[in-house]
Design a protein around this ligand. Structure first.
Ligand SMILES: NC(=O)c1ccc[n+]([C@@H]2O[C@H](COP(=O)([O-])OP(=O)(O)OC[C@H]3O[C@@H](n4cnc5c(N)ncnc54)[C@H](OP(=O)(O)O)[C@@H]3O)[C@@H](O)[C@H]2O)c1
Length: 329
């Protein structure tokens, strides 16, 4: 059945793909954005309405939510001002916003809510990011009158990712990569698989089975951060295909490096809070379900099958790579 779906955070890396999939599936999609420019790559899609608005304003959020069959929340930030338990920026984006979305949904009779959290989300976690993601989940679960599904992926990879692409870019510039958290383990999951899971939990044949569930999403392989950096360099054909040398930093030096990166203008590649997140491995715990059949991903894609293609300089220079640049992504 054709649905009317509000995708908050729909202009981002994962959201754009989900919006594409829903549009292709003949569903109406509304995408709010702070700046229309950020979502210009979605404007031409059939059945997609991009709305420039402020989702942090209660009245505007209520107007957006009303009349939809389902609401997806994909808003997330990786950096924020420091504070306990998570500082004002994480509080606003990861805790207050989900709480307000849940309240608006309950108030306007929109039962279905699908929320993006992160692997390791925990109110007692080691970082502001993980604590705020945990508190956001708790705020949603505390709301009566909504049918909630929560996803907790490990790091997500795909052509526009900010993870492997960043490691590849750094290695094109620097001869050595000084790396903090080198031993932290990740189970990278392909963006297409994450999107399929969201799609099926919203409009798939077994969508109702996913209500009330929290899923951990991991890819088939586990890698240390150092391995991921090395592979990114090799697949991006840096240093004749060998990648750059990686210098694993001891904790104190890693923190100093993160502190200096925070002081530089722009978004830091690695902040102290990112390092705090990496005190726990980003791998599936096994305590929660993963890619169950209802999510429609029987065989999650491996890093080896996907990443070498899009990290390859030929792909980056291709028409598609050019399109990404035009879209500002
Ligand atoms: N990518 C990963 O590896 C990964 C792993 C685990 C969990 N996640 C979670 O998955 C979700 C989506 O990730 P992504 O990589 O697709 O993120 P992304 O590309 O950075 O997109 C983030 C989206 O959130 C919106 N947004 C960001 N900050 C906001 C704010 N302060 N107020 C309102 N809107 C804001 C942006 O909208 P506009 O700029 O258009 O307003 C954008 O659409 C996030 O919740 C993230 O924590 C991601």
């Amino acid at each position: 059945m054709q649905q009317n779906i509000l995708v908050i955070g729909g202009s981002g890396f994962i959201g754009s793909r989900l919006v594409n999939a829903l549009s292709l599936g003949n569903h109406f999609v509304t995408v709010p954005t702070r700046r229309r420019q950020r979502a210009r790559h979605l404007v031409q899609l059939p059945l997609v309405d991009v709305v420039e608005t402020d989702i942090h304003d209660d009245a505007k959020l209520a107007r957006l939510v009303a009349g939809h069959d389902a609401v997806v929340n994909l808003v997330g930030i990786l950096q924020g001002r420091r504070g306990q338990p998570y500082g004002p920026d994480f509080a606003r984006a990861h805790v207050e916003l989900p709480r307000r979305i849940a309240a608006a949904c309950a108030q306007h009779g929109v039962r279905r809510v699908v929320h993006m959290s992160a692997l390791g989300a925990d109110v007692n976690g080691p970082s502001m990011y993980l604590r705020s993601k945990g508190a956001g989940e708790a705020a949603l679960r505390a709301q009566d009158g909504i049918d909630l599904t929560v996803f907790r992926p490990s790091v997500v990879f795909g052509p526009e990712d900010n993870f492997l692409n960043t490691f590849a870019r750094l290695q094109r510039v620097f001869p050595v990569v000084p790396l903090a958290g080198a031993k932290t383990r990740f189970a990278p999951v392909y963006v297409g698989d994450v999107v399929t899971a969201f799609f099926n939990s919203l409009v798939g044949p077994q969508a109702r089975d996913t209500i009330g569930q929290t899923y951990e999403l991991c890819g088939p392989g586990t890698y240390t951060l150092a391995e991921l950096v090395r592979l990114s360099g090799q697949w991006a054909r840096v240093g004749g295909g060998c990648g750059r040398a990686i210098l694993a930093l001891p904790d104190a030096l890693g923190r100093l490096q993160a502190r200096l990166m925070e002081l530089a203008p722009g978004t830091p590649v690695m902040s102290r809070d990112n390092l705090d997140s990496m005190q726990v491995d980003s791998v599936c715990s096994g305590a929660l379900p993963g890619f169950v059949p209802a999510l429609g991903v029987p065989h999650p894609e491996s890093l080896e099958a996907m990443a070498p293609t899009y990290l390859d300089p030929k792909f980056q220079e291709s028409e598609y790579g050019g399109m990404r640049a035009t879209a500002g992504r």
